[in-house]
Ligand binder design. Structure first.
Ligand code: SAM
Ligand code: SF4
Length: 473
């Protein structure tokens, strides 16, 4: 039965995007070497930046300034986050959609889109295929349709968690779906989801109106902007924000994202868990004139600036980006990526090469499989991690913990990354990846101080080699 949405906004809801203020800051700021160095230092001390300071970083135009910015972002990433990159995969459940977002392959007016919603059996078989690749973390993605009610989404989550194939299991399910009402979020939270992600697409109202027709549900800017506030009211404290880069000036969107992060922190005491910054990709029937496309060079500045502006927030770079871009940008503070991604609905079972755009939302830029991506990360000096430990131990607000508890990353995050990598190597990796992975684990273990804690990690690694699974700290 179709779900009837209660359109009440959250308590005290207001439009926290000060567009004239943002525009003024962006036009007034000039590049200033002494100032931006002070701001880097503030950020490296783990202090979130103000909008004013963020605008000063966005004013950097010289090559020298950009290089310094990139280095500051690299330093922040290494010093504060360590060298883990968390891996996940998106699972598209259905592409029915009542909206008509001009950039999306699922939009209602697209006649050539092949519409499909996975049945429960099909979800099971997709999840088995994902588990057989070694995936542990999924994000379920939905179009917006009355059929995709909170009960329907909750059922999907339950199904995903119930699937077991060999040693495989999905240990964390995140959601990317339309904004809901408070009751709807509660229904989904009850299934034990991780992050609820909603991208504002653009924080610039006029551009928002241009790409999202007023007579559609998504045409309501404020309903969407308030979407995560209602989620928090419903008890979901793990929130993901994002902007679709290319609909308006990328500098404005960075200021919008930072405004959103500041708003959530001010109102609820918890900032967003993750920030996403997808760039528009070719999609079925997409013939858009996009004057605000963000170049690869600007994209690097965007990511590095965000890293410094919100040091407490995880950053997600998706497989929309091609391997060359991923290779560079991963060093600027990204903490999560998807890999082995298939966007066709039902695509994980088909395992076919190439894409059929009429069956998916947009074109993927990085089509490498999970094994290859894991190897790539190791070659770049990262630990591929499948860790879900904090979330499953009830340690919510995990990013906060990472920073707030001295030594938390060293004590918990790095060893847990190694344990989950060891499991992956045993069960799913190719010979080559396994070999590289074992060398990496050996090197990382050498860095860990001798003592009872290290013995504990060693013992768990031994047990994993002997066939035990899901050992964490
Ligand atoms: N339908 C829900 C919604 O719109 O919020 C769920 C998410 S939608 C399936 C996932 C995200 O994909 C959108 O929020 C949008 O930012 C992004 N997206 C849509 N079309 C895209 C394109 N052509 N290229 C890159 N990303 C796109
Ligand atoms: Fe529908 Fe989401 Fe695509 Fe918009 S972005 S057309 S709401 S699936």
């Amino acid at each position: 039965m179709a779900y009837k949405m209660d359109k009440t906004l959250s308590k005290g809801a207001f439009d926290f995007i000060d567009a004239p203020g943002i525009a003024k800051l962006l036009s007034q700021k000039k590049e200033d070497k002494f100032l931006y160095r002070e701001i880097f230092a503030k950020s490296l001390e783990k202090n979130p930046l103000t909008l004013d300071e963020t605008a000063s970083l966005l004013a950097i135009r010289s090559e020298e300034g950009r290089q310094e910015l990139f280095q500051a972002a690299r330093d922040l990433k290494r010093i504060i986050y360590g060298n883990r990159i968390v891996l996940f995969a998106p699972l598209y459940i259905g592409n029915l959609c009542i909206n008509d977002c001009a950039y999306c392959g699922f939009k209602k007016s697209s006649k050539t889109t092949v519409r499909k919603t996975l049945t429960t059996d099909e979800i099971v078989s997709e999840v088995k295929a994902l588990e057989d690749e070694g995936q542990k973390r999924l994000i379920l993605v939905f179009g917006e349709s009355p059929l995709y009610s909170p009960d329907f989404i909750a059922n999907c989550v339950r199904t995903v968690y119930s699937v077991r194939s060999g040693n495989g299991s999905i240990r964390r399910v995140n959601i990317n779906a339309a904004p809901l009402d408070v009751a709807g979020y509660k229904t989904i939270k009850a299934e034990g989801i991780g992050t609820y992600q909603i991208f504002q697409e653009t924080y610039h109202r006029e551009s928002y109106a241009k790409y999202h027709p007023a007579n559609t549900v998504k045409g309501d800017f404020m309903w969407r902007l308030d979407g995560l506030d209602r989620a928090f009211e419903a008890g979901i404290d793990d929130l993901g924000i994002g902007a679709l880069i290319g609909l308006y000036d990328w500098r404005f969107e960075v200021m919008g994202l930072v405004s959103h992060a500041i708003h959530l922190k001010d109102k609820f005491g918890v900032g967003p868990h993750t920030i996403s910054f997808p760039r528009i990709q070719p999609a079925n029937g997409l013939e858009l004139d996009l004057p605000y496309r963000c170049s690869d060079e600007d994209f690097k500045q965007l990511v590095a600036t965000l890293r410094l502006a919100v040091p407490y927030t995880g950053m997600i770079m998706t497989a929309r980006e091609n391997p060359q871009v991923r290779n560079e940008v991963i060093h600027f503070g990204v903490s999560q990526i998807d890999a082995g991604t298939h966007l066709e609905i039902g695509g994980y079972n088909e395992k076919k090469q190439g894409q059929s755009l009429e069956r998916e939302q947009f074109q993927v830029g990085d089509t490498r499989g999970l094994d290859e991506a894991a190897r790539w990360l190791m070659e770049e000096g990262f630990i591929p991690s499948f860790c879900t430990s904090c979330y499953r131990s009830g340690r919510t607000g995990e990013h906060f913990m990472e920073f707030a508890i001295p030594g938390f990353i060293k004590k918990f995050c790095t060893p847990n990354a190694l344990l989950t990598l060891a499991e992956y190597l045993e069960d799913y990796a190719s010979e080559k990846t396994r070999e590289e992975g074992r060398i990496l684990i050996g090197k990382e273990m050498e860095q860990i101080e001798e003592g009872p804690w290290k013995e504990k990690i060693k013992e768990r690694l031994k047990k994993i080699a002997e066939g035990e699974r899901d050992l964490r700290l």
